[in-house]
Design a protein around this ligand. Structure first.
Ligand SMILES: C[S@@+](CC[C@H](N)C(=O)[O-])C[C@H]1O[C@@H](n2cnc3c(N)ncnc32)[C@H](O)[C@@H]1O
Length: 328
């Protein structure tokens, strides 16, 4: 772990790096690839290169979620700020480039901003840009797995807490993990805090599938790039070009599934272990669950949170919810 800020960092920023240790990455990756069906945790998508590819995805014409959520944040900024309140500790798990938080900072004037992400270098450079642009704001960047964010509570500044979780990142968690996340959120924010969360809405299959199968092939590059990242992390010998991108909407489970399909029979080596693939065999790399407003309200209630307000775009593509603990 490393809490030393890079040299030349602005004075109003601190860093804490709790990226999983190489041995832990190795264990988890191997277990996923030895499972049936084979899986990789989507958090491995994100290093500097993966985060940059995701940024490109957000600008694609087919990828409506980012521009829709941004349009809601811009149009409803004052109303959102009234719910979030001023002077809070504003915590953003999966902050990425911090662009969405930056749309709110002037309106909600937090006492501190805590961007948290697994993509260390990308996070640190985005957080430095925030600290430089908002000299009045204290920024505490935290590289960690957001599924364990309660274990990093000691690194949070004191004060009323508002959790900001945009991008429908909650959709990347299966329903049980999403519930665990919301339960942790309740513990973290205490009885006086709030959660501002962006959730992609269930909609027509063709619209959803187009968003994950863009014509320019950026999502395919992003998907295959996880294999390059896994090679870096555990010294495996995946050939990303020997796998094809496949994304479809599973209407029963209401989730986009992203897979990588082995183009032919092949064996991948990871530190003495052989991982055999037959032609056509899949690695499940990501799910993106879609929710109705009521369906998400039910999930939030099960996690101990009450939906207090919802903002949506005119086409009802995307929803931004403000949640408070049930016991307030
Ligand atoms: C779907 S992107 C959303 C980025 C940004 N919040 C937005 O709304 O555009 C998911 C973000 O969460 C981060 N992430 C994914 N899995 C993570 C994990 N397990 N722990 C921490 N960060 C994670 C990624 O690095 C990425 O920045």
């Amino acid at each position: 772990m490393n809490s030393k800020p890079p040299s030349l960092a602005p004075a109003n920023i601190s860093f804490f790096n709790a990226h999983p240790a190489p041995d832990d990455c190795h264990k988890v990756i191997l277990a996923g690839l030895q499972a049936e069906p084979k899986t990789l945790d989507p958090k491995w998508f994100y290093d500097a290169e993966g985060s940059a590819l995701f940024e490109q995805i957000t600008a694609l014409p087919e990828y409506y979620p980012t521009r829709t959520e941004v349009s809601i944040l811009k149009a409803q900024r004052d109303s959102i700020a009234a719910y979030c309140g001023q002077g809070s500790v504003f915590i953003e798990p999966g902050a990425g480039n911090c662009a969405k938080a930056r749309l709110l900072l002037d309106a909600i004037k937090p006492a501190a901003f805590v961007p948290l992400d697994i993509s260390a270098d990308f996070l640190f450079s985005a957080a430095q840009e925030v600290a430089a642009a908002y000299s009045w704001l204290s920024v505490s960047a935290l590289c960690a797995d957001f599924r364990d964010f309660l274990s990093f509570e000691q690194h949070l500044p004191a004060g009323r807490r508002v959790l900001f979780y945009p991008g429908s990142t909650i959709g990347n968690l299966d329903p049980q993990a999403a519930l665990n996340f919301l339960e942790q959120a309740v513990s973290l924010i205490g009885s006086d805090g709030g959660v501002l969360i962006g959730v992609d809405l269930h909609k027509a299959t063709d619209r959803l599938e187009a968003a994950y199968n863009d014509a320019a092939g950026v999502t395919a590059r992003f998907n295959r790039n996880i294999l390059r990242r896994v090679n870096d992390l555990v010294g495996s010998d995946f050939d990303p070009d020997a796998f094809q991108h496949h994304a479809f909407y599973n209407e029963t489970l209401r989730r986009i599934e992203m897979h990588l399909i082995s183009a032919h029979d092949q064996t991948v080596h990871i530190s003495g272990h052989d991982i055999d693939f037959s032609a056509g065999e899949h690695i499940h790399t990501e799910s993106s669950y879609k929710y109705t407003v009521d369906g998400f309200s039910d999930l939030a209630s099960s996690g101990g949170l009450r939906r207090v307000q919802t903002w949506m775009d005119d086409e009802c593509l995307f929803a931004l919810h403000y949640l408070e603990p049930m016991d307030r």
